[in-house]
Design a protein around this ligand. Sequence first.
Ligand SMILES: [Mn+2]
Length: 339
Amino acid sequence: MIFTQEDISQLEHIIAQATNIVLVNHANPDADTVGSALALQNVLLQMDKNVSVVGPNSIPDFMQWMPGQENIVIHDEAGKKVNKLIAEADLLFAMDFNAPHRTANLEKALLEAQAKKVLIDHHLFPDKDYFDLMFSFPNMSSTSELLFDIFRASSLKQYINQTIATHIFVGLMTDTGSFAYSCNQPETFETAAALIRYGVDVKRTHDLIYNNNSVDRLRALGYSLSEKLKVFPEHHAAYISLSSEEIYRYGDREGLTEGMVNYALSIRGVCFAALLTEKGDKIKISFRSKGDFSVNDFARKFFQGGGHHNAAGGKSHLSLEKTIEKLEQLIYKLNIECQ
Ligand SMILES: [Mn+2]
C-alpha cells in the first residue's frame, strides 16, 4: 500500500463528519477526472451524503453513457449553482488535478471555500498549502486506480459495485491509452483484474469509449492529418495546429480534438508532438513525448503548463501564428533525441 493507514483513518473521519460534499472535476474533463468523481459520488451516496459533482465545462460526448454524468453541474451552464454548492460544502474533493487554477472558472469559488479540502490525484507538484489531506501519487497510472486502492484500504470497500468498478476502469483504461503507457507495473493490471471481478465488461466499456466517434470528430481528424500536420523528421518532432475557425467548421464540441496529438506522436522517429488549438484569445496546447524528453518540463518552462513526463498541457496568449513560430524555434533549438 502506498499511503498510510493514518491517511485512511483521517479520510474516513473527515467523510463521517461531512454532510455536504462536492467533488470537483478539472477543466476540459477527461475520463479519469469524471470516472473517479462518479465512482466516489456513488460510494458517498450509498452513505447517505449530499454529494454533487461539479466541473468547469461540459462532458465530452464519448463519456455521455456513464451513469451519473447527467447530474454533473457545469459552471459554463449553471455558474451560480456551482458557486453555491462549493460555498455551502463542508468537504471538497479535488479529483485528478493538483491546484485550484486547473479548474478555470471554478478557481475563485474554490479559493474562497471554507470546506475541508482533500486531494486525490496523480499529477506532479500538488498545491500543498491548499489541501487539508492529500493523496498525491504521481507514479500511479490514474486517479481512478488510486481511488480504487483507497476504497480497498478503507471501510469504503463495502460500497464497491459494478457501476463503480466500471467508472474506475474507464479512468484507468483511458489514462493509460488502453494499457499502453503509464502502466508498466504489475499493480495496474492487478487492479484491472480486480475490477473485472466486480463485473466490468471490458469489450463493452472499450466500445463505448473508443468506438463512439462522431462523424465531425473523424472528419476533423482526417483534415488535421492531411492538411495541418507538420513534421520535422530531423528534429524528431511534429505538431498539428487548428484555428478557432477550423474547429468551428467541425462543430466545436467538447472532445473534438481529444487524442489527436497521439497521432502526431505515433509517427516513426517522432518523439515530441504537440497539438495547438485556438480557443478565444488563447492557444491551448497538448504535448506528448516518447522516452526521456520531458514534456512536463517543456510545458512548464515555455508554455505556462505542466502535467506528466510524457503527457502535459500548456497555453499561450500570443496569436496562433506567433505561438507556432515560438514552438518551431524551440523545436529547432532543442536537441530532441529518440532513444
Ligand atoms: Mn488522470
